[in-house]
Structures are given as structure tokens and as C-alpha cells.
Design a protein around this ligand. Structure first.
Ligand code: SAH
Length: 452
């Protein structure tokens, strides 16, 4: 059993099950932090496949987006840094860097690549792909090696707060399928008891009145946290025990019986949550960690009172799944072998994820820095088509003779843009955080043209 407490919130259960080391624990038991000797998490034989693993064009277009933004922001000749959160196998960064090296003035302006990664085994895979045989040394903030494409350093940190924040630099930040892996809290609005008790029954059967009458507070709906509790053992011994193929999860979600510190604070942080409180039964998911990452992106791009920037520079691109503007509700899921499973089976062996609340990220970003603005989210399909995914696919086909390979390229493109039947083109969204004033001039992929 990995989660060994009687009731914990989903947040701590997800921290434990996905990335235990990120919260100062040891590195045992987390889904991403465990090195699965026998199975790879990514790809057909793993648990899930991500866009950069489906087609190289995905990373190439993100590289082009960076080039376009760098051009639009005055082609800085020094101080460019590329940051990626949760780079997986490193495929996306590799495809981006291969593309960027064709734009020599940009390539020579890059001072460092920072990769925020919690998993030591994925860090090693990323190092192999991005740096080849170059040596890797341990440094104060993490690990450092050298890019195989150029002489700039590639630096790994476990948390974005370890990445140096120099206001003279221009950070381009990418997060693909990172935010959905971050832990959430879930809350449900609960109707008040119809007649709140005013007394309890004494031993002699006589009511003992409460010295304080019910407050107005107890007559309006309250947020209650959904907590992870052990599944009660089966009581009826005649009930057949669950078959091994369908084991009963060790844990389940239950409504907390009383307010928790989180339920008193988090749902009061945005008018979006407050609007749902009067509607009993509403369920909302909030990820404070996701919001703090978005706020950190914004401060690095736009500066903040504590770390002012001469002028806002850089950009962040967030790609993930989640609704366009609503608050995610009951979306916590487990994914194993490309199948949805209970998030509470096999803790640490199942990928846990939850829909990303893009509006909450946008609010966190604009709340953290006055000098940024947010564009999107828009659906991934339209964004990729606007970035020229089909044209690039056809170009790639021309250079790759075999019919088999051409079919593979075209199928990959269609899978990324497909909008019907829960297709990736509709499910996934793209949102950017950019310096204030940028959106007025149009941004590639969000309706703008390349600004040369
Ligand atoms: N971006 C990649 C991988 C997505 S899987 C792709 O699209 O293929 C999620 C990635 O985020 C993994 O690399 C995982 O190890 C990392 N990750 C998850 N939670 C993290 C956390 N709290 N801190 C740092 N990295 C984390």
C-alpha cells in the first residue's frame, strides 16, 4: 500500500502516487519517479502516447512558434533561454532544437536549456537524446550536460523554482501534458441540513440545547473536500471476492464530514468557484500547484514587484487537455495500458491525471505579473492547422519515398488534428502567456501571421 493514512485529500494522494519526490519524500513509489525496469510509460506498449511521440511535426511546429515569437519580439541576440516542464522522453525538445538550429541567429542567442523533471529515469533518457555521449555532472540546482546540437548547456532541475530567474534573460517556456499530472483538490457544494440541530439528546432522554444557536453560516451551502479513504472491507462473506482481473481499488473518494483547511480557503479564491457554491452538488477541482507554476511563468516573462524586469520578454506555451473555459469537475482518472482505470488501483503504477483548468492558469498568470497577457486557450486541431501542420506533413512525405512511411506521416497529422469522437484536435487546448501588448499584433497559431 502506498498511501498509508486513513484519509488524505486527493492532492496529497496524487503527489504521492505521481511524483513523490517533489514534496520532499523519498523517490520510491511515485508513478513518474519509479523506474519501471520492465515497462516504458510512453508509446504503444506503455500506458499512454503523447503528441510529440505521434509525429515529429508536433515538436517542429512548437519550434517554429518559438522562432516566430522571437522574431516578433525583436530578435534578441543574447540571453535566450528555453525551459520545458516535464519533458518525458525529450522528444519534443529534440524536435524543437533540430528545427531551431536552422535559424542561426536564434540558435546562437540561446544561452541554456532548462528541463524541469521529477523523474531520474526520464532525466537520463532526456540526457541521452539531447546530449548523446556528453558527460553529465551534478550541480547545486540539479544536473548539467551539453546539447548535441550546439555548445549550450542543458540543465535539469526538479522544480521551476530552482531554475535561475535573471530578469535580463528572455525565457521561452513550454509545458506539454505537464499540468494534467499535477495534483488537484476536489470540493463539492453541500446543501445545509434542512433543520440544523439546536440541541442534543441527554442521557435521560431530555434535549440539552446548544448554548450557541445555529449561525447563518450553517444555513447556506458549504464546500466539502473530497478525500481519499480506504475502501471498507467487504462485510458479507458470501459475496465472491473480486476477481484478480478486476480488483477492488484499495481507496475511494468520500465527502469529508466537516470543513478542511483547504475547503475553507481554496474555493474562496476566485469568483468562478464562488458562483457555484450556492448550487448544492457542484463539484470543482482546483490545482494550487498548477496555478503556482503558471504564476511563475508570468513573473519570469513580465517581472514582478520582487523581481522587476526592464521590459517583458519571452513567452510560455501550455498544451494540455481540459475544457476551454469551465471548471473541471470529477475528472481525476487513472491511465494504464491506454485504458482508463480507477485512479485508486495500483497506487504508483497508474498514471494519474486530471483536466487542466486553463482559465485558472490564466487568472494566476495575470494576477502574478501586470506585464503579461494571455491568449487562448484554443483547440489544438485549429492551432496546428494554423501553424501549417498539413503543409509540413506533405513536405515530409516528399522527402520520404516509401508509401508506408507517407501513410504513417499523414495518419500522425490527422490524429493530432482530429476533432470528432473525442479526437486530440478538440480535446487538447493551447494557451500562451506573452508580454503585454503582444496579442494586439497577432500571434502565430492564434490567428496572427509571422512578423518578420
Ligand atoms: N511532455 C512529455 C511528457 C508528458 S508526461 C510529452 O508530452 O511526451 C509528464 C511529464 O512530467 C513526465 O516527464 C513527468 O516525469 C513530469 N512530471 C510530472 N509531475 C511532475 C512534477 N511535479 N515536477 C516535475 N516533473 C513532473
Amino acid at each position: 500500500m502506498v498511501v498509508n493514512i486513513n484519509a488524505c485529500n486527493i492532492y496529497s494522494a496524487m503527489v504521492h502516487a505521481n511524483c513523490q519526490n517533489n514534496r520532499g519524500g523519498n523517490q520510491e513509489g511515485g508513478y513518474y519517479t519509479t523506474h519501471n525496469q520492465d515497462r516504458d510509460q510512453f508509446g504503444q506498449k506503455g500506458d499512454f502516447i503523447t503528441s510529440p511521440e505521434i509525429s515529429q511535426i508536433f515538436g517542429e511546429l512548437l519550434g517554429i512558434w518559438l522562432v516566430a515569437e522571437w522574431m516578433a519580439q525583436g530578435k534578441k541576440s543574447t540571453g535566450v533561454e528555453i525551459l520545458e516542464m516535464g519533458p518525458g522522453r525529450g522528444t519534443l525538445m529534440d524536435d524543437m532544437l533540430r528545427t531551431i538550429r536552422n535559424f542561426k541567429p536564434l540558435a546562437s542567442s540561446i544561452e541554456a536549456i532548462y528541463l524541469v523533471e521529477a523523474s531520474p529515469s526520464l532525466r537520463n533518457q532526456q540526457k541521452q537524446l539531447l546530449c548523446g555521449d556528453a558527460s553529465m555532472e551534478e550541480i547545486e540546482i540539479g544536473f548539467r550536460s551539453r546539447s548535441k546540437y550546439s555548445n549550450f548547456p542543458v540543465i535539469w532541475c526538479e522544480d521551476i523554482r530552482l531554475v535561475p530567474n535573471d530578469p535580463t534573460k528572455t525565457p521561452f517556456i513550454f509545458a506539454h501534458e505537464f499540468f494534467d499530472a499535477l495534483p488537484i483538490h476536489a470540493f463539492q457544494s453541500v446543501a445545509p441540513a434542512p433543520n440544523p440541530p439546536t440541541s442534543i439528546q441527554g442521557l435521560n432522554g431530555q434535549p440539552i440545547p446548544f448554548s450557541t444557536p445555529p449561525t447563518a453560516h450553517s444555513r447556506i451551502p458549504q464546500w466539502r473536500e473530497l478525500v481519499v479513504t480506504p475502501t471498507p472491507p467487504l462485510i458479507d462473506i458470501s459475496t465472491p471476492s473480486p476477481t484478480p482481473a478486476d480488483p477492488q481499488p484499495d481507496f475511494q473518494l468520500s465527502l469529508a464530514k466537516a470543513s478542511t483547511p483547504s475547503s475553507l480557503v481554496l474555493p474562496e479564491t476566485s469568483p468562478r468557484y464562488k458562483a457555484l457554491k450556492p448550487l448544492p452538488g457542484s463539484v470543482i477541482e482546483i490545482s494550487p500547484e498548477a496555478q503556482s507554476y503558471a504564476a511563475e511563468f508570468a513573473r519570469r516573462i513580465g517581472g514582478s514587484p520582487k523581481s522587476p524586469k526592464p521590459a517583458p520578454t519571452g513567452a510560455a506555451l501550455i498544451l494540455d487537455y481540459g475544457p476551454l473555459d469551465t471548471i473541471p469537475t470529477s475528472t481525476l482518472r487513472g491511465i494504464r495500458a491506454h485504458t482508463l482505470v480507477s485512479p485508486f488501483t495500483m497506487p504508483g503504477k497508474v498514471d494519474l491525471s486530471a483536466d487542466v483548468d486553463f482559465v485558472a492558469l490564466a487568472e494566476a498568470a495575470t494576477g502574478a505579473s501586470e506585464a503579461v497577457e494571455v491568449i487562448g486557450p484554443v483547440e489544438q486541431g485549429g492551432w496546428l492547422v494554423g501553424m501549417g501542420v498539413r503543409e509540413r506533413g506533405e513536405m515530409l512525405c516528399q522527402g520520404n519515398g516509401g508509401e508506408g512511411r507517407k501513410g504513417e506521416i499523414r495518419r500522425g497529422v490527422e490524429r493530432l488534428v482530429e476533432r470528432g469522437g473525442g479526437g486530440m484536435g478538440r480535446l487538447y487546448k493551447v494557451m500562451a502567456i506573452v508580454p503585454e501588448g503582444r496579442t494586439g499584433r497577432g500571434i502565430v497559431g492564434f490567428g496572427g501571421d509571422v512578423d518578420v
